[in-house]
Design a protein around this ligand. Structure first.
Ligand code: DC
Length: 222
């Protein structure tokens, strides 16, 4: 049985970095499920599929032609042969991904694709519903949170480091809008699994969060 560690939570709680570090430390595979929703949104936009057209969106999700490859610099993503590693991280794609993710047929179309990432020796799954829906039997479940202000601060820093000009207020509003959309949707809303350990990272340095997660994995997986 291949072990799975699920790490769920809202955008900007530090999940992405923590998942990469945990996967690296344990030599596990990594599933960035948010990237699949972002890719669906980008592919739909490129193919001219209306964001109100659930069946059209589900078809885009089912037929996603995507290749993830791990490089020295991180994960590289090709969509229909085109390198979209950076393009899918744009704020607008994130907002569209949140809309697409509220569509049940899209979630259903992506379910098996996500489960297929479960490969030996183990998987770290980053998302919103990894512990509740995609891998409900995972032995280690973490739910990372942080205040919206702290998450906006981290996002601003990230974007500035990437050379983009940013407006804190607009980023905070985006985060709050997306949280609301993700929490209130009827299909797989953003909520901690009953057996998840919640960690508030607002005042925690990343190394401390990593320690907490690795400690938990050690306790549960031996
Ligand atoms: O983690 P992220 O910001 O890359 O995710 C983009 C959007 O995808 C986010 O607004 C919610 C959605 N998402 C989801 O609904 N379920 C997941 N497992 C992962 C992401």
């Amino acid at each position: 049985m291949t072990h799975v560690i699920t790490i769920d939570g809202p955008s900007g709680a530090g999940k992405g970095t923590i998942c990469q570090l945990v996967a690296k430390r344990l030599g596990y595979h990594l599933l960035d499920s948010g990237a699949l929703y972002r890719l669906t949104a980008l592919a739909a936009e490129r193919q001219g599929v209306d964001f109100e057209d659930s069946d059209g969106l589900a078809q885009v999700a089912a037929q996603l032609d995507v290749v993830f490859s791990t490089t020295e610099l991180g994960v590289n993503i090709l969509l229909a042969g085109d390198d979209v590693t950076r393009a899918i991280r744009q704020e607008q794609v994130g907002m569209n991904a949140s809309r697409v993710a509220a569509c049940e047929p899209v979630r259903a179309a992506l379910l098996q694709r996500q489960r297929d990432f479960r490969q030996a020796p183990g998987l770290v799954a980053d998302g919103r519903d990894m512990g509740t829906t995609v891998f409900p039997d995972a032995p280690v479940k973490v739910f990372l949170t942080a205040s919206a202000e702290e998450r906006a601060n981290r996002r601003v820093k990230q974007l500035q480091e990437a050379g983009q000009s940013v407006d804190f207020k607009a980023i905070l509003e985006d985060i709050e809008r997306r949280d609301k959309q993700d929490r209130e949707r009827t299909s797989s809303p953003l909520v901690a699994a009953e057996d998840a350990v919640e960690v508030d990272t607002t005042a925690m340095p990343i190394e401390r969060v990593l320690d907490v997660v690795l400690q938990l994995a050690q306790e549960r997986l031996g």
